[in-house]
Design a protein around this ligand. Structure first.
Ligand code: ADP
Ligand code: MG
Length: 391
């Protein structure tokens, strides 16, 4: 069990006791969190200051679920810690629930305890020597709330989160999924408008994880809090987020709905980080009013989804998703006919993926039939499904 940092977040010196969480959906859409141009530098051993968070601006409304998505080291945790007050940014401004908690210009910096938010960590950070009941009650006890009220609040939350039968157990006697629920209950009992999550599902196995995602989404819907959820897992992001902010080296590469990020990625980085892709590098050989043509190792590919302005001779990358590709043993009569070699079929239950290669590079498409290993295979894809980015 790691340090119960969670408790730090909930040991809030609230001037007045927070109201008990309402079991109703909040349909108001006020901004609960506004991050404006926040940067945070860390000084490396060689003395160089490297930005972990680089000019980030984001906002989250009540009932919104913002996912911060990106590979390890892109600044997700640092940004979350800046919001929580566990890390001090170098510049920018952060407002929580209409109150400025950090401003480099106005020299405002509220401590973690002064910020009205709750946090759920990857390790859950439950107190091992306290029962489930006492863990959930902890943030309320710190607020000098009447004993009877605490009893009532804890039981109500435990029931909602589905852990009322294990209320007397200790954290090391319950499953990972149950521990996760306890951590969630402890975050929700305070009734804060903002809840921060740092990879809370990463220690849970795949099946429980799927169930917990649904529970988490349902609870958020019911309580109406604003959520900021850090993950490197694109499935978490797609299923939980109402908005995904894809981070790249401390910067926001794109912020949009999961659908938009998937279907209309803003860059090659976003396209390849979310979902699987086939990438073909090449040179633009023709440009017309509706699209362009690119010479690639597999043949000429036409694209009608241009992300930028391109001219003949430009070095670009064409990207399409496996679900948009079709495979056939004979050259198809379509605009895009790309020649490769058949390798294998990968059956995953819900669909079969046909795998082909060209010059040791692998391409995957979902439509088509298994062929003999090593035979000629042609990929076709509609030009409007082919995205073009600069290289
Ligand atoms: P993520 O959560 O996306 O994996 P982090 O926010 O933990 O990324 O880290 C972002 C960058 O900042 C990384 O390059 C990391 O090495 C660096 N970093 C994070 N915390 C510190 C620290 N306390 N001191 C120095 N560098 C740090
Ligand atoms: Mg992290």
């Amino acid at each position: 069990m790691t340090t119960p940092q969670m408790a730090v977040m909930n040991t809030k010196a609230h001037e007045t006791a927070a109201p008990a969480p309402e079991v109703t959906v909040s349909h108001e859409s006020r901004e609960v969190l506004t991050i404006s141009n926040v940067s945070k530098f860390f000084v490396r051993a060689n003395g160089a200051a490297v930005p972990a968070v680089d000019g980030v601006s984001l906002s989250v409304r009540a009932g919104e679920f913002l996912v911060l998505l990106g590979p390890s080291g892109c600044g997700k945790t640092t940004l979350l810690r800046c919001i929580a007050g566990l890390e001090q940014p170098d510049s920018g401004r952060i407002d929580i629930d209409g109150k400025t908690v950090y401003s480099s210009v106005d020299r405002i910096e509220l401590s973690a305890q002064q910020r009205t938010l709750s946090m759920v960590f990857q390790s859950y950070a439950l107190w091992p020597n306290m029962s489930v009941f006492d863990n959930i009650a902890y943030p309320l006890r710190n607020r000098k709330i009447r004993k009877a009220q605490i009893e009532e609040d804890v039981h109500r939350i435990a029931k909602l989160v589905g852990i009322d039968e294990i209320i007397g157990q200790f954290p090391n006697h319950i499953s990972g999924g149950q521990q996760q629920r306890v951590a969630l209950a402890r975050a929700l009992v305070s009734g804060d408008a903002l809840v921060l999550f740092d990879e809370p599902l990463s220690n849970v196995d795949a099946k429980v994880r799927k169930d917990l995602r649904i529970e988490l989404a349902a609870l958020q819907n019911r309580f109406g809090f604003a959520a900021v959820y850090v993950t490197h897992d694109q499935e978490d992001a797609m299923e939980l987020g109402t908005k995904i902010a894809v981070l790249e080296k401390g910067k926001v590469a794109q912020v949009a709905s999961p659908r938009e990020v998937y279907q209309n990625p803003a860059s090659r980085y976003v396209a390849t980080f979310i979902g699987s892709t086939n990438e073909l590098e090449g040179t633009v050989v023709a440009v017309d009013a509706t699209g362009l043509e690119i010479e690639t190792p597999l043949g000429v590919i036409r694209s009608e989804r241009l992300h930028g302005e391109f001219a003949k001779g430009d070095e670009v990358v064409a990207i399409f998703r496996p679900e948009h590709g079709h495979l056939s043993p004979e050259r198809p009569g379509t605009v895009n006919a790309l020649k490769a070699t058949f390798r294998m079929e990968l059956f995953s239950g819900s669909h079969a993926e046909q795998v082909v290669t060209h010059n040791h590079k692998v391409y995957r498409v979902w439509h088509g039939k298994e062929q003999e290993h090593g035979t000629e295979a042609w990929i076709s894809v509609a030009p409007e499904k082919v995205h073009v980015f600069e290289r």
